[in-house]
Design a protein around this ligand. Structure first.
Ligand code: AMP
Length: 179
């Protein structure tokens, strides 16, 4: 993508992202992507951009619950590859692999269906927002644990002041917008 096309896409996305102050708790500014999903031109442009960057390089897309499902499934469909959901504990009915990770207060567990990923499958991870990077890092490690080769992490927005990119260290991360 050319520099001016990237700027156009950033402007398009910026126009359909909504900041919700103090959600889900005081002091947090929630980046709401639902207006983007409701805007067909912007939604299509985001998926096309992610697809272009990863064309021919992946076997599967994995999306992180829940907004990563919407973006990830659309991306997988556009690229002609399969989709894998990474879910909160206790939601997947089949044989799962799980990983727990620390949150600001307490911890969380995410799971994947272990049988849906073959050894060496190239998997692209997708979510809406990169915040502290804890969820993405856990999802990356989980996919690696079940035999995937994770090729990268795609997000719409990187909240850079929360240091997620540093936490993901040398892993390939792409954000359409960095704020
Ligand atoms: P993280 O801190 O990177 O582990 O973020 C955890 C999850 O919460 C990710 O799936 C993000 O999509 C979501 N998230 C965290 N902070 C925000 C925010 N300010 N706005 C929207 N989503 C967020």
């Amino acid at each position: 993508m050319s520099a001016s096309a990237a700027t156009d896409l950033e402007a398009l996305v910026t126009g359909v992202l909504r900041d919700i102050p103090d959600f889900p708790k005081p002091g947090v500014v929630f980046k709401d992507i639902t207006p983007l999903l409701a805007a067909p031109e912007a939604f299509a442009a985001v998926i096309a951009d992610m697809a272009d960057r990863n064309e021919g390089r992946i076997d599967l897309v994995a999306g992180i619950e829940a907004r990563g499902f919407v973006l990830g499934a659309a991306l997988a469909h556009a690229m002609g590859v399969g989709f894998i959901p990474i879910r909160k504990a206790g939601k997947l009915p089949g044989r799962t692999a799980a990983i727990s990770y620390d949150l600001e207060y307490g911890s969380a567990t995410i799971e994947v269906h272990a049988d849906d990923i073959a050894q060496g499958h190239r998997v692209l991870l997708v979510d809406d927002v990169l915040a502290t990077g804890g969820t993405a890092l856990a999802a990356w490690d989980l996919l690696t644990h079940v035999g995937a080769e994770v090729t990268g992490f795609e997000v719409v927005v990187d909240l850079s002041f929360l240091g997620g990119r540093q936490r993901l260290a040398s892993r390939s991360v792409h954000a359409i917008l960095t704020v």
